[in-house]
Design a protein around this ligand. Structure first.
Ligand code: HEC
Length: 179
């Protein structure tokens, strides 16, 4: 019974002092030392607050989903990148995209020489071909774009991995190395 009382007293004391401290801590800056730092006062983004930092351009999509055209429609499509005045940066961007997305199959030099290509040959299927010569060099820009968009046989489709601009940059890059 005695112990029980002490326990009760302790509980009451703790509860009272905790609530007192809690009340005081509600005033931000009232204490030099925040005993119960509240998440409410953190530097987080709150509803209806203007953006804290300006968002980098392009980080919020505003143009909706891509309207995917059929290979027939794309066959005569023109590369919008050719009107870009800075052709050098288009080609550099394309070469970086190629190194990341295509080189493992088509080879670093796009000549069809890759470890993966040998595996295709071993398996008896058409290997990733050279893109600097052969059919790829004869295709129109639109057909190249269509193959990147829809894939072809064992060549994967890149429509959901690369943006429209990125695929056209790749077409520009392929054109530059085919010359
Ligand atoms: C998984 C391996 C793989 C990757 C990655 C890959 N390709 Fe291919 N690609 C192939 C194969 C295999 C073919 C041959 C398809 C066929 O049988 O017609 C091909 C065919 C092509 C063709 C048609 C060439 C022709 O002679 O018909 C083009 C153009 C092409 N790829 C471009 C690219 C580009 C650009 C990328 C990067 C965005 C890429 N590929 C990524 C495997 C790949």
């Amino acid at each position: 019974m005695f112990l029980h009382n002490i326990k009760q007293k302790l509980l009451v004391t703790v509860a009272v002092s905790a609530s007192a401290l809690g009340l005081v801590a509600c005033e931000v800056g009232a204490y030099p030392l925040d005993i119960f730092p509240e998440m409410h006062y953190q530097q987080s983004y709150k509803t209806q607050e203007p953006p804290a930092v300006p968002t980098p351009s392009g980080s919020i999509p505003i143009q909706g989903r891509e309207v995917v055209q059929t290979p027939e429609q794309l066959a005569t499509a023109e590369n919008p990148m050719v009107t870009n005045e800075d052709q050098a940066s288009v080609t550099v961007a394309g070469s970086k995209l190629f190194a990341t997305n295509c080189a493992m199959c088509h080879g670093n030099l796009a000549d069809g020489e890759s470890e993966v290509a040998f595996r295709f040959t071993d398996a008896g299927v058409r290997a990733p071909p050279s893109l600097t010569s052969g059919p790829a060099a004869a295709y129109s820009d639109g057909i190249l774009f269509s193959i990147l968009t829809h894939g072809q046989s064992n060549m994967p489709a890149f429509q959901r991995l690369l943006t429209t601009d990125e695929r056209w940059m790749l077409v520009s890059y392929l054109r530059s190395i085919q010359k």
